[in-house]
Design a protein around this ligand. Structure first.
Ligand code: SF4
Ligand SMILES: [Zn+2]
Length: 132
């Protein structure tokens, strides 16, 4: 993908359909990841993507999507964004990547997930009652 330095000139994706590297939500990124394994500048691409703040949330970079980039950034001791509040934080133990910066964010996110699940259940109940 694009970036600073001459390594980008050797990027295999620059000679390929860029759409492959930005699959639709739920689409497969397998082809892009396969192409990245053949790229001579994969390491440079990965280093560059991981240096970005925030990390690229879309696309495949150095053979990795967002989740893998996040893990790799954490493994290298780089700050990653909290998935609830967006604050950057360094994981205390990169071997066990957590996605929230604090117990408060984790609890807030859990409550939001429970509320969303309850809304889905209520909508399903309403549809069933309508159909009955
Ligand atoms: S590693 Fe993949 S995304 Fe990065 S420059 Fe090479 S082909 Fe493009
Ligand atoms: Zn947070």
């Amino acid at each position: 993908m694009s970036g600073s330095g001459n390594w980008a000139d050797q990027a295999v994706c620059a000679q390929t359909d860029p759409e492959i590297f930005f699959p639709e939500l739920g689409g497969s990124s397998a082809r892009a990841k396969r192409i990245c394994t053949t790229c001579p500048v994969r390491e440079q691409c990965l280093d560059w993507a991981i240096s970005l703040v925030p990390l690229p949330s879309e696309g495949i970079w150095g053979g990795m999507g967002y989740r893998a980039l996040r893990k790799e950034a954490a493994r290298r001791g780089r700050p990653v964004p909290c998935e609830a509040c967006g604050a950057m934080f360094v994981l205390p133990d990169p071997a066990h990547p957590v996605v929230y910066c604090s117990a408060r964010c984790r609890a807030g996110q859990r409550r939001a997930q429970q509320a969303a699940a309850e809304r889905r259940r209520a909508a399903t109940r309403a549809r069933k009652e309508e159909a009955a």
